[in-house]
Design a protein around this ligand. Structure first.
Ligand code: GDP
Length: 197
C-alpha cells in the first residue's frame, strides 16, 4: 500500500467522541518511549504526523488519522510510564480499555515492543488482557536498527519462547525500524490485505 494522504482528524480522551465512521481502524499502542510516534511517522512517510517527543507519557489522547480516505490509523497513549501520577495512570487505563471494549471499528491493534528488551511484565499483562477480551492484535518489534542482526534474531526468538508459555501460538509479528524504514511495507500490506478482503 502506498500512503497517498494522511490527515489528522481529531484527538480526544473519550471513546464515545471518536469519529462516527464506518471506516476500519488500526490502533498503535505500547509502552511510552517504545518508538510509537517514530513508527507512525515512518509508516505514513510524514515526519511530524505523530509527535515524537523526548518527554515520554505526553500523548494522553486517542488520536485519529485518516489514511488514503480509506481507513483510520489510531495513535493511543503510551502506557506504563513511571513518572505519571497514579491517578493519571488510572485515567490512561480507563480510557484505553474503554476504547478497546467499545470501538467496533477496530480491526487490529499493533502492540509495540522494544526489540532490545526482555519481555516486560506490563506488556505481557496488556497482551493477556487483549487476549481475554478477544481483541485482535499483532506485535511490532521496534528499533531493530539498534541491534546487530544476530542479537535481534536472538531477542525475538527469546520473546517468542516466553510468549509461547502463555499463548498457544505466537501472534502475527513484524520487525521495524523508524530509522531504516524496515517493516513499513509488511505492516502496510498487512493492513491493505485485511481492508481488501
Ligand atoms: P513514543 O514515546 O513511543 O512515541 O517514542 P518516540 O517515537 O518518541 O521515540 C522514543 C525515542 O526512541 C526517540 O529518541 C526516538 O528517536 C527513538 N527511536 C524511535 N524509533 C526508533 C528506531 O526505530 N531506531 C532508533 N535507533 N531509535 C528510535
Amino acid at each position: 500500500m502506498k500512503i497517498k494522504t494522511a490527515d489528522f482528524v481529531i484527538s480526544n480522551s473519550k471513546v464515545d467522541k471518536c469519529p462516527d465512521s464506518k471506516l476500519p481502524e488500526y490502533a498503535f499502542i505500547g509502552r511510552s518511549n517504545v518508538g510509537k510516534s517514530s513508527l507512525i511517522n515512518m509508516l505514513t512517510g510524514r515526519k511530524t504526523l505523530a509527535k515524537t517527543s523526548a518527554k515520554p507519557g505526553k500523548t494522553q489522547l486517542i488520536n485519529h488519522f485518516l489514511i488514503n480516505n480509506n481507513w483510520h490509523l489510531v495513535d493511543l497513549p503510551g502506557y506504563g510510564y513511571a513518572k505519571v501520577s497514579k491517578s493519571t495512570k488510572r485515567t490512561f487505563q480507563k480510557f484505553i480499555t474503554a476504547y478497546f471494549e467499545k470501538r467496533k471499528q477496530l480491526i487490529c491493534a499493533f502492540v509495540l515492543i522494544d526489540s532490545r528488551h526482555k519481555p516486560q511484565k506490563i506488556d505481557m499483562e496488556f497482551m493477556q488482557w487483549m487476549g481475554e477480551h478477544e481483541i485482535p492484535f499483532c506485535i511490532i518489534f521496534t528499533k531493530a536498527d539498534k541491534l546487530k542482526p544476530k542479537a535481534l534474531e536472538q531477542n525475538i526468538n527469546n520473546y517468542q519462547q516466553e510468549m509461547l508459555e502463555y499463548w498457544a501460538e505466537m501472534p502475527e509479528f513484524f520487525i521495524s525500524s523508524a530509522n531504516t524504514g524496515m517493516g513499513q511495507e509488511e505492516i502496510l500490506d498487512y493492513i491493505d490485505n485485511i481492508n481488501e478482503s
